[in-house]
Design a protein around this ligand. Sequence first.
Ligand SMILES: [Cu+2]
Length: 154
Amino acid sequence: MKPHHLLAMLALVTPLTCFAGPVDVREAWAHATATAQPVGAGFATITNTGAADRLLGATCTCAQSVEIHSMSMDGGVMKMRKLDGIDIPAKGTVTLEPGAAHLMLIGLKAPFAEGQEVPVELRFDKAGTVKATIKVRARVPAGHEGHESMHKHH
Ligand SMILES: [Cu+2]
């Protein structure tokens, strides 16, 4: 086979092959929620083996809407802020975790039960839609659910 034939074949085959994209969402999780609790916070580890990207948003069939929030301490008061997105550095890792950035799942259609697996889709500027599965962990002990209770106004 002549080399240029081989190249032509590779060009045809490559787009059909399913490669994992450079951006991967791992270990997505959330706390179980109380029955009356309308919101939940989702966490995950986002790894990027490619060029710089940006998390733009997320959707979940479990909730009416999903926002990206940051959380920080300001003079001893915990503050949450809605973000337009989160930069994912080239060859970097961004962790969404309690006390930091997280996905706010607003208007939960049903409470999260421990052990449940909830599909979620994260939308990135370059990588497009990346699917992940939120694994629901045990509920935050009573009195330690300050973050979720901050969203009661929704
Ligand atoms: Cu929040």
